[in-house]
Design a protein around this ligand. Sequence first.
Ligand SMILES: C[S@@+](CC[C@H](N)C(=O)[O-])C[C@H]1O[C@@H](n2cnc3c(N)ncnc32)[C@H](O)[C@@H]1O
Length: 263
Amino acid sequence: MSPQQFEKLCRRVYDLCGINLKTGKEELVHSRLNKRLSALKMDTFEQYFHYLDNDREGKEVIWMIDALTTNKTSFFREIRHFEFLRDRILPNLREKKLRIWSAACSSGEEPYSITMMLAESLPNFQSWDIRILATDICTKVLEAANQAVYSADLLEPIPPAWRKKYFVPADEAKMTYRIVPELCRLVRFGRLNFMDRFPMKGPFDIIFCRNAMIYFDRPTQENLVGKFYELLAPGGYLFVGHSESLTGANHRYKYIQPATYQK
Ligand SMILES: C[S@@+](CC[C@H](N)C(=O)[O-])C[C@H]1O[C@@H](n2cnc3c(N)ncnc32)[C@H](O)[C@@H]1O
């Protein structure tokens, strides 16, 4: 890929989904897209761009975004947010109702960690009105999230007693485990691009948007946290990744503790 072609691709990806590919990402982008070119039997990126330009149904764009997003996640990643949920949010709820949005949920570890923490912490958990919306731009991770099946090694961060309670064997030979239906039923997955208008009305009590904004520039981050603000209930919380501090950014939230903000 020539520097001009890379530049063109960066602009395109930025306009589509806010992701800033620039700084040192050439190698990664190249190798991810090269596989696609081979599958489509194309020799040059010029051909691929032409193909993208004529992609009326938008299927190739979805494929390209799937290939370029970084979806690293894990159960109970950045545990302090889950502890804050357990110790500071749940004990202060006035109603037995919770609306949570796991924005940029990747393959589902984040929303399912939330369900486990709720099941463990709420008295009479089954009697609560709980809905968790989990969205991502990447269709491939959403498919995995909907399956709710994880290999044994991915379950390591989960306390053994919780693993026993909240997972059942899926495929014994492959050592995979499935989240139990009583937790799955709380989560609804959907594809959503942060750059688009948000179709949901809210209000949410908590929004998790962790480790996605790191790929966005400051104006895109500010715009996004502004959109979240509109959908949060008064007093609602926004959790961002611990490397995504809003310090110095233009926003209306009250700072609570690192990576934790309140409306
Ligand atoms: C590194 S993962 C973080 C997953 C999880 N929140 C966590 O902290 O473990 C970042 C996710 O952001 C998603 N993402 C990137 N750009 C997006 C956009 N414009 N709209 C929605 N999701 C996006 C990616 O597809 C990816 O799954």
